[in-house]
Design a protein around this ligand. Structure first.
Ligand code: TYC
Length: 101
């Protein structure tokens, strides 16, 4: 009875890590009108006309542009809503998400 192992099996960790943030990425395509991309960025990501235009033109020129970072849930919800807004108009507009390093 004295040989029962009572060693703790878990380590106590006093540091709480912040949840990883996730990037929302705007992907370029050849069909969605520029003005519509700007409209969606303003509506879903609360950007000004100026900010939205810069993000749109960066994706247009380079292929992709990081829109913003959020917690995983928020990033995924916003990317889905923004992609759906394009689909509702028949556009192939695409927003994706990926975890930050
Ligand atoms: N390339 C599109 C056009 O010339 C505009 C556009 C920009 C579409 C960015 C998507 O993520 C995008 N009409």
């Amino acid at each position: 009875m004295s040989n029962i192992d009572t060693k703790p099996r878990t380590k106590v960790r006093t540091k709480t890590e912040r949840p990883r943030l996730h990037k929302v990425i705007l992907v370029n395509d050849d069909y969605t009108p520029r003005e519509f991309v700007v409209l969606v960025l303003k509506a879903e990501f609360r950007m000004t006309e100026d900010q939205a235009h810069k993000v749109m033109i960066t994706a247009h020129r380079l292929g992709v542009c990081v829109v913003a970072v959020f917690t995983k849930d928020v990033a995924e919800t916003k990317a889905t809503r923004a992609t759906d807004a394009g689909r509702a108009k028949g556009y192939p507009l695409l927003f994706t998400t990926e975890p930050e390093e």
